[in-house]
Design a protein around this ligand. Structure first.
Ligand code: SAH
Length: 212
């Protein structure tokens, strides 16, 4: 895997675009350190730094850079926080969170993708805990989490995930069938009362239930 001057230059251009769209410097710093083209097949080498989602095999996609940046910003990531990610996919979002100093726990339900991404993340030197399984169940044995990020479109808010959050914790989750509204959920108390804020429309691959 080579990160050439050309890649670095294209990455800088993408970062400036994201800056123009209001993304914070600490998130842009993480984007600068993580070569997105490493997460894509080499045929995408020339276009890896366009602000677009791409196919990563197994019918799945790597999210658009702006979407990754925006979800990360809504999550208000702080060093040392325990973050649960649903939908490891390419692992790009996972590495961004690790680079920002979070302790990341990530779940993927697609076995081939899970194996491939786990090896790539290791090769890049990041150390999140990767799990093969159904994100709807979360990871009760590893919670409670400060934050939860869902990177697939959920038909509704999975209460098992709210249950695994600390009171005061946040979840960023796209909710909806064809098009999803980005929901920012705050857990208000131990009884799982929540407040919800909606932050624009996006398009994600679906969060699949009981398909393992
Ligand atoms: N953050 C990823 C997004 C990948 S797309 C990236 O930027 O690459 C969303 C991923 O969610 C897919 O890989 C899909 O297989 C996975 N997914 C869908 N339903 C899931 C579920 N119930 N549990 C865990 N992962 C799921």
């Amino acid at each position: 895997m080579i990160d050439s001057f050309k890649h670095k230059g294209l990455r800088k251009k993408l970062i400036e675009k994201l800056r123009g769209k209001g993304i914070e410097p600490k998130i842009l710093d993480a984007f600068e350190k993580i070569p997105r083209h490493f997460f894509l097949d080499s045929t995408f080498d020339e276009i890896a730094y366009e602000d677009r989602a791409f196919a990563i095999g197994c019918g799945q996609t790597i999210s658009q850079p702006y979407t990754v940046a925006f979800q990360t910003q809504l999550l208000e990531v702080k060093k040392g926080e325990k973050i649960l990610e649903i939908g490891t996919g390419s692992g790009f979002q996972t590495c961004i969170l690790c680079e920002m100093g979070a302790k990341v726990f990530t779940i993927e339900r697609q076995k081939t993708l899970f194996e491939k991404t786990k090896s790539l993340i290791k090769l890049l030197g990041y150390t999140p805990k990767c799990f093969f399984g159904d994100g709807y169940a979360g990871l009760p044995a590893y919670g409670p989490f400060d934050k939860v990020i869902v990177t697939c479109g959920a038909p509704n808010i999975p209460m098992a995930l709210v249950d695994q959050m600390k009171p005061g914790g946040k979840m960023v989750i796209p909710v909806g069938e064809d098009v999803q509204e980005m929901n920012v959920i705050t857990k208000l108390d131990k009884e799982n009362n929540i407040s919800t804020e909606v932050q624009g429309s996006f398009k994600f691959v679906p969060m699949l239930e009981k398909k393992i």
